[in-house]
Design a protein around this ligand. Structure first.
Ligand code: ADP
Ligand code: MG
Length: 705
């Protein structure tokens, strides 16, 4: 190809990254900034002016006119408020371009229209954004021009987190501290820092933009609210990893290029299970960078799609009856010495450490299954979890046969004489076996699967930020590490104590391990028997944020205060009610203004056809037309009734004051009413002449991209 690009040349060209800093900052300032970034120290305000100056010069040389504090409010998407670099004109009418250190590190914004769950009374509407210098600034280039984006955290006047970034950074500090203790217990005293590594795999759909624009449901809600299944779905499995079509290929290429320039290491791309569904995965990175980058991935996907006559659907369930989209969150813990705590490793003593880490994670996930599940709750995910296409809403851990076998042996006999396929490995108390990384098969049905040297949390929805899930993972594992370290640091015989602790944890939390098929009804019953929570919908998952257990966990590690958790629960109820309200209103609009009128038109044509046939030939059989007319009229009447009912239920729910009660009303009353309206409409779509159907069909949308 003649317009071939060199990835290495363009990678990170829009990022104020380490090499740019090194080149442009005075040596001592560069060094101090690096220290801040690497050691997680507080930023020295005295160097801020110099950093801001260099950043501004670089941005302007690259065409920037504006800068923005880029943040992630609790809406789930990113927010930015653009200011130009322009200062007041001087006496000659000339302007200077400015960015002071103060402007770099702190921004003030009237954040009153961002959700705060009552944390910020209207009289103190101020919100502050603070530079997260561990995530580099970057240039966004689009129709508005070039903007310098400064990644920030967003807090209230009293320092309460109003965003997703602040708790994430707090949770990273928590796990860092506790994980270092674990390393030190095993004599790895060179370890100074441990960082969670995260690699999110992003699934998405692409549809034709013109067709997308003909569907109000896609425009307003991101998913189809009506739509009959086409004759062919995904049953042929011919899309999964299938050859990528030209139009899609060109799209992926442009997305990759944009991302590479932003320093996002986009790596893998392929077609997914459903027609028109695809996936993009970057190379894993530090958790906060991965979270920022995932936001950029979603934004870029949408932007490039609209440029290319496509629409990118990030909703968890854009099409009923077709596989939805998720975001697998791959997670591990990496030390500053380059060791991955989740790597089974080759040295026996390291394996003991690994087994302790595994046991702690088992405990964390078992004890806080409710919080982990909650972290993946967005309205769209209700249509995916437990629908035989994504993990059920029950949290369990897949470790594979090999590890499960070791766990079982340790639990039953206290030592493991472990045999893996073929070779036998005999281990004593402290010398535990090596695991052949690939000896374990994959299990796509598990919500939390061990995949060689990382855990993959598969519940996260495709539209969701991965911040919350990583906040929960980091904090719950920090707690388990802390409890283990508290015990082991006091132990007289470390080898014996660690062995006993591993055995105890494995035994106590054995119930969270499940290697079987998570899609089956048998598992739902088995999980119930084991006492594992099954929080089927978002609304039911929200209370887990505000239990005493949750207050204690997040409070102990300084990740969320009680007030912050209460606010978040409020915001989630609100988000749920709002989302269903928009869906219901959109359905009411489409049914009343598009579908019912179209069907009436068709019945008129049918009726005219019956009279025309009879007039032309009294003996002719017009039964097809009359039967159709009867069937369609009956469905039409059913639709009208369901429409009136949906209107009533929506109005009634909207009036409820209490957030939790309102969300429940939407879930219990409005969602079923929406289903009752959809059912006759979808049957009508199958029998009404396509010429009359007012919106593009599923077939049009997913097979003709
Ligand atoms: P899999 O096939 O097991 O899903 P991939 O190689 O496709 O694995 O990687 C999926 C994602 O997991 C990628 O984003 C990848 O960078 C990330 N990943 C790989 N190793 C790790 C790790 N140790 N910690 C966190 N993420 C990882
Ligand atoms: Mg994967």
């Amino acid at each position: 190809m003649n317009d071939a690009i060199n990835v290495a040349d363009i990678f990170g060209e829009n990022v104020f990254n380490e090499s740019v800093m090194k080149e442009r900052l005075p040596k001592n300032i560069y060094k101090r900034l690096q220290q801040t970034i690497e050691d997680g120290r507080e930023l020295d305000p005295t160097i801020a002016d110099a950093v801001a100056h260099a950043m501004k010069e670089w941005a302007i040389e690259n065409g920037a006119t504006h800068y923005t504090h880029w943040f992630q409010p609790l809406t789930g998407v990113t927010a930015e408020k653009h200011d130009s670099f322009i200062g007041a004109p001087d006496e000659n009418g000339k302007v200077r371009m400015n960015l002071s250190g103060k402007e770099l590190i702190k921004g003030e914004t009237d954040g009153s229209s961002f959700p705060s769950g009552g944390l910020r009374a209207t009289f103190e509407a101020r919100g502050y954004t603070a530079w997260d210098c561990t995530s580099p600034a970057f240039l966004k280039k689009d129709a508005t021009g070039v903007t310098l984006c400064i990644p920030t955290a967003f807090c209230s006047y009293r320092g309460e987190a109003l965003d997703k970034k602040t708790p994430l950074l707090r949770s990273m500090e928590a796990i860092d501290k506790q994980a270092v203790r674990i390393f030190h217990l095993f004599g790895n005293t060179a370890v100074k820092r441990v960082t969670p590594s995260v690699g999110p795999e992003q699934e998405y759909f692409l549809v034709d933009r013109d067709k997308y624009l003909q569907r109000k449901d896609l425009i307003y809600t991101g998913r189809t609210l009506f739509g009959a299944m086409p004759p062919k779905g995904q049953e042929m499995d011919d899309h999964y990893y299938g050859v990528i079509r030209e139009r899609i290929g060109a799209y992926m290429r442009e997305v990759n290029e944009e991302l590479w320039k932003l320093g996002v290491p986009a790596k893998t791309q392929h077609n997914e299970v459903a027609p028109a569904q695809h996936e993009l995965a970057p190379i894993y990175d530090k958790a906060n960078l991965a979270v920022d980058h995932n936001q950029l991935v979603m934004e870029t996907m949408k932007k490039v799609a609209s440029r290319r006559g496509l629409a990118c659907l990030l909703h968890e369930k854009p099409f009923q009856g077709v596989n939805g989209s998720g975001k697998h969150n791959n997670w591990s813990l990496t030390s500053d010495t380059g060791v991955n705590m989740l790597d089974p490793g080759v040295m026996p003593h390291e394996n003991v450490q690994f087994l302790l880490v595994l046991a702690c994670i088992m405990k964390a996930v078992d004890v806080h299954a409710d919080l982990l599940r909650q972290s993946a709750a967005v309205p769209g995910n209700d249509y995916r979890l437990g629908a035989q296409e994504a993990p059920p809403a029950i949290i369990s851990i897949f470790v594979g046969d090999q590890l499960e076998d070791v766990i079982d042996q340790l639990c039953s006999t206290g030592s493991a004489i472990h045999s893996i396929t073929g070779g036998k490995l005999t281990t004593g108390v402290t010398t535990l076996p090596d695991f052949d990384k690939d000896a374990t098969d994959r299990n796509r049905t598990s919500p939390f699967a061990f995949t060689g040297n990382k855990f993959e949390f598969r519940m996260v929805g495709s539209s969701d930020s991965i911040a919350e899930s990583n906040v929960v993972l980091n904090t719950i594992v920090a707690e388990a590490f802390k409890e283990a370290a508290d015990e082991l640091e006091k132990a007289e015989d470390f080898d014996l104590s660690v062995h006993n602790l591993i055995k105890r944890l494995f035994t106590e939390h054995r119930r969270i391990i499940f290697n079987g098929n998570g899609y089956t009804e048998a598992w739902v019953r088995e999980a119930e028997r084991r006492g594992l929570p099954n929080l089927k919908c978002m609304v039911d998952s929200i209370p887990s944020l505000v239990t005493e257990k949750s207050f204690k966990l997040f409070g102990d590690f300084g990740v969320y205060t009680r007030a912050e958790l209460e606010a978040r629960a409020e915001i989630e109820y609100e988000a749920y009610a709002k989302s269903v309200n928009i869906e219901a209103k959109t359905m009411i609009d489409m049914a009343g203004k598009q579908i019912i009128p179209a069907v009436i038109k068709y019945t008129t044509v049918l009726a005219e056809s019956v009279s025309a046939v009879r007039a032309a030939c009294p003996e002719a059989d017009a039964s097809v037309q009359t039967e159709l007319l009867k069937e369609i009229s009956a469905l039409l009447a059913e639709m009208k009734k369901a429409l009136a009912d949906l209107e009533k239920k929506t109005d009634a729910s909207a009036k409820i004051e209490d957030g939790s009660a309102r969300a429940h009303a939407y879930y219990d009353n409005v969602v079923p009413a929406m289903n009752r309206l959809r059912a006759p409409a979808d049957r009508l779509e199958m029998i009404v002449d396509k010429e009359f159907w007012p919106i593009p069909s599923y077939g049009d949308l997913i097979f003709e991209v």
